[in-house]
Design a protein around this ligand. Structure first.
Ligand code: G3H
Ligand code: 13P
Ligand code: ZN
Length: 326
């Protein structure tokens, strides 16, 4: 049985203050996924060096890969690491795409400061009931909860949706009121993974549905909105991957200007995972191709980690606007 611990003992914070400041300040908090040591070190270094609040998030896949208890201790280490760097940035440990009450409870009990319950694949009433149950449990421990309305196309952990269903603005007010969630993930045209849009020759990426976002904001003014599937799929790294033996033709993401626009609105949490994966894969491929005799993982993972720090700093500074907001 995993030890019960409250996140405050680990130096973590929930999302409440972070979101209140971000909504008012016209920027978004970065929510970066991590599965291993190097990713977490890069996230903390980048956010400490840019003085950005940060949400470090753990998916079901990450829990299966690295073990939930291990990840929680890593988060604890991350808080101390930031402090040792002389940085007092707020750090939130969040469950990404929790799909059951039990997983959310287990995360609350083991020191997470925020959880997402993703009932977006259920009927509206089932989504409300499950989300409400998680909120009632989590709020007893001042753990904040993210819900979701609308379905993103692509892969959400084990659930794969062929097509997206945009969030219906007419449902948001009722959902927020009935569930008591602290933030709401919406679907306005993003999707998970590195292949977000299927473009024909000469076509460019279609704009996100800012009209839906505006209507949602009008119905629940000031309420924290979350954007999933927000990787830009930086083409420099796709090219490097293809150059060094990979095959990622047609990989495309959300243009940075659109994310910047979203960050200036009620969107106060932007989820980024795939971009980090691309950087790591590109740099590992490049390093091993150029140093075929090298077999020390610290060398190629170190090269990947260094590049990842640079990418995340740039995101905080130029895309999310969270730099200097800690
Ligand atoms: O939303 C999906 C995240 O990118 C997590 O992906 O389940 O492969 O860890 P994963
Ligand atoms: P990307 O695949 O666009 O990075 O989205 C990540 C995400 O939404 C995690 O919940
Ligand atoms: Zn997501």
């Amino acid at each position: 049985m995993a030890k019960t611990v409250h996140y405050s003992e680990l130096g973590l914070v929930n999302t409440r203050d972070m979101f209140a400041k971000a909504v008012g300040g016209g920027y978004a908090i970065p929510a970066y996924n991590f599965n291993n040591l190097e990713q977490l070190q890069a996230i903390i270094t980048a956010c400490a060096e840019t003085s950005s609040p940060v949400i470090i998030q753990v998916s079901k896949g990450a829990r299966d890969y690295a073990n939930q208890t291990m990840l929680r201790y890593m988060a604890m280490g991350a808080v101390d690491m930031a402090r040792e760097m002389g940085s007092d940035i707020p750090i939130c440990l969040h469950l990404d795409h929790g799909d059951s009450f039990e997983i959310c409870k287990s995360c609350v009990d083991s020191g997470f400061s925020s959880v997402m319950i993703d009932g977006s694949h259920l009927s509206y009433d089932e989504n409300v009931a499950l989300t409400r149950k998680v909120v009632e449990y989590a709020h007893q421990f001042d753990v904040t909860v993210e819900g979701e309305l609308g379905v993103l196309a692509g892969i959400e952990d084990d659930v794969q949706a062929e097509t997206s269903t945009y969030t219906k603005p007419e449902e948001v007010e009722d959902f927020v009121k009935k569930t008591g969630v602290d933030s709401l993930a919406i679907s306005i045209g993003t999707s998970h993974g590195a292949y977000k849009f299927k473009l024909k020759e000469g076509e460019s990426v279609p704009p996100l549905r800012f009209d839906i976002l505006e209507e949602i904001e009008r119905r629940i003014p000031g309420f924290p909105i979350v954007l999933h599937g927000a990787s830009s799929v930086v083409q420099e790294y796709v090219r490097l991957i293809n150059q060094y033996g990979g095959k990622m033709d047609g990989a495309v993401g959300v243009p940075e200007e659109q994310l910047r626009q979203a960050a200036g609105s009620a969107v106060c949490k932007i989820n980024i995972d795939s971009d980090g994966r691309l950087v790591v894969t590109a740099k590992v491929r490049e390093y091993l191709a150029e140093n075929p005799a090298e077999f020390d993982p610290r060398k190629y993972l170190g090269a990947a980690r260094k590049e990842l720090v640079g990418l995340l700093k740039e995101k905080n500074q130029k895309v999310l606007g969270s730099a200097g907001r800690a």
